[in-house]
Design a binder for this molecule. Structure first.
Ligand code: MLC
Ligand code: AMP
Length: 493
């Protein structure tokens, strides 16, 4: 039996999930996920790694469906509830999903799938046609596919096995001392590792409680904090920035009350993007906590972390997590001396299996068994510090990884656009803001309303926030667009 499920069997009556003002025990989660597994199996003995796309609000149903897919032997493919149909269709098509499991509120969003593909629709209300045994699942089986942007146009599906996910969970549970009395608030999207592995799966592995808030809302978050039930919190730097801005506007008396409660938390973590030292310091003043900053990636879960016990250095990401091997190398794949920048490369049971259906990309992602992250860091005084990335075409905004090339490809389809260049511009709140330079076919025309035009083509967080019309893009002697010049241009606007 999968370890996560086996653990849950030992927690029975404990509170597993709080969502929609309801409490759910581990027993309820096991029962509901077994029912969903039988519905999916529909008389078969094993789904044998069939891809099952699913869409549900963050909460009990999401988890019961995810576990149901795993218990039936399928590969769970979470769809993002905020994505436009075009992005959902891409994931379903790329994974050749056999079925889509949905809750009622997403019926309209996904219904075009049933005319675009031959795909089975499974609604939450479906009743299994028969009882039966659930298959035995080996932990080296594929478990999940999460989509991530890269330097090559369209997002790639990152495949992790149950073993990979278990390794990712175990290293965090040990390092951050998760225990069954923990109660965490999950406000992150559930189509990425931060929300799925670091928060949800670590909590359920440990017999702790995971409480969901369906949508990011600072007012609601502080209201929940004031109930004094939550003792753990994890988020991206943009969220801490937004919480600080909200806290600043609170009446003095509520500020004091909130700060008192936050001080009693066991742990507060930041990750998915660089945490500005100014945000760390302001949050320290408010909560009394030095945020624990850690570093990870969809392809490997978490790899490097500041210590739970011991000094957390602002601006640094810490040391390798248990079981994870790290090396820093130069362009010739030679290890760099301490204090010299190099690319972070990773080895360990936490590292993903493959990019779905992309054997060449998988092969190119590794060198001598080391996964090449594309992130540049130095090792200084016993800790790693991120310096940047080796590609300007990867943007991090609000904690989301975004490919400039993917956005450019979509923009070039606009009939008025001759060419374009997309870059990320540093921003205190968002990490980076997406900016697009546009060359129009007719230079005398005004820039069209691209933000609106992009709405049904890209997720909201991939839509550029700044636009500039140019006669031509800055280029080097080879004719290649010089993105660094483009970034400079936007910064000077
Ligand atoms: C939204 N807005 C943006 C924006 N996203 N503006 C600039 N840049 C962006 N990226 C604007 C919208 O246009 C809107 O503006 C307003 O913000 C609210 O939009 P929203 O869609 O409602 O956003 P909100 O829910 O507030 O989202 C902010 C957020 C979200 C920070 C909560 O971005 C988020 O959940 N980020 C987490 C992503 C994550 O989990 N990453 C982990 C990946 S895993 P207006 O003007 O219309 O009000 C990984 C590995 C690891 O990285 O190490 O963890
Ligand atoms: P994703 O592909 O969405 O999983 O994003 C992974 C990327 O997020 C990494 O390759 C890093 O570039 C970035 N990242 C994650 N954590 C941190 C951190 N603490 N500091 C800087 N960058 C980070």
């Amino acid at each position: 039996m999968l370890q996560l499920i086996e653990n849950a069997s030992g927690y029975h009556k404990r509170l597993a999930i709080k969502s929609d003002n309801k409490d759910y025990t581990y027993r309820q989660l096991l029962d509901a996920s077994a029912k969903h597994a039988l519905t999916l199996l529909n008389g078969r003995s094993d789904l044998n790694e069939a891809r099952i796309a699913f869409i549900a609000n963050p909460g009990f149903d999401y988890v019961a469906i995810q576990w149901g897919i795993w218990r039936a032997g399928g590969i769970a493919v979470p769809l993002c509830i905020k994505h436009p149909y075009a992005s959902i269709k891409y994931v379903v098509e790329d994974t050749t999903a056999e079925a889509v499991f949905y809750t009622e509120e997403y019926k309209d969003l996904i219904s075009p799938l049933f005319s675009d593909f031959t795909i089975r629709a499974v609604s939450l209300e479906a009743i299994p046609t028969q009882n039966g045994n659930l298959p035995v699942i080996d932990s080296d089986r594929r478990a999940m596919i999460l989509y991530t942007s890269g330097t090559t146009g369209q997002p790639k599906g990152v495949v992790t096995t149950h073993q990979n996910i278990e390794a990712q969970i175990k290293s965090l549970v040990t390092s951050w001392e998760w225990n069954q009395d923990d109660h965490i608030l999950n406000i992150l999207p559930l189509h990425h590792v931060h929300g799925i592995v670091n928060i949800l799966s670590c909590a359920l592995w440990s017999g702790a409680c995971c409480e969901f808030l369906p949508k990011f809302d600072p007012e609601e978050i502080f209201k929940i904090f004031l109930k004094k039930e939550i003792n753990l919190f994890m988020a991206v730097p943009t969220i801490y920035y937004k919480l600080i801005a909200y806290w600043n506007e609170l009446p003095e008396e509520i500020k004091i009350q909130t700060s008192d409660i936050l001080r009693d938390f066991r742990l507060m973590v930041s990750g998915s993007a660089a945490l500005p030292v100014s945000t760390l310091e302001k949050w320290q003043e408010i909560s009394g906590h030095t945020l624990l900053e850690r570093y990870g990636m969809t392809e490997m879960g978490m790899a490097i972390s500041n210590p739970y016990q011991g000094e957390r250095r602002p601006g640094f990401i810490g040391q390798p997590l248990a079981g994870v091997k790290i090396r820093l190398v130069d362009e010739n794949q030679e290890a760099v001396p301490d204090g010299t920048p190099g690319e972070i490369q990773i080895k360990g049971p936490n590292v993903f299996k493959e990019y779905w259906g992309r054997s060449k990309a998988t092969e190119e992602a590794f060198i001598d068994g080391w996964f090449q992250s594309g992130d540049i860091a130095i090792w200084k005084n016993g800790s790693y510090r991120i310096l940047g990335r080796n590609s300007v075409d990867i943007i991090k905004s609000g904690g989301y990884k975004i490919s400039a090339l993917e956005i450019e490809e979509v923009l070039r389809k606009h009939p008025a656009i001759k060419d374009c260049g997309v870059v990320g511009i540093p921003d205190e709140e968002w990490g980076e803001i997406i900016a697009a330079s546009i060359v129009l076919n007719d230079q005398n025309q005004e820039l069209p309303d691209l933000q609106n035009w992009l709405k049904d083509k890209l997720p909201n967080y991939k839509i550029p926030r700044k636009y500039l019309a140019q006669e031509d893009l800055p280029r080097n002697v080879m004719g290649k667009v010089t993105k660094k010049d483009l970034q400079k241009l936007f910064r000077e606007l």
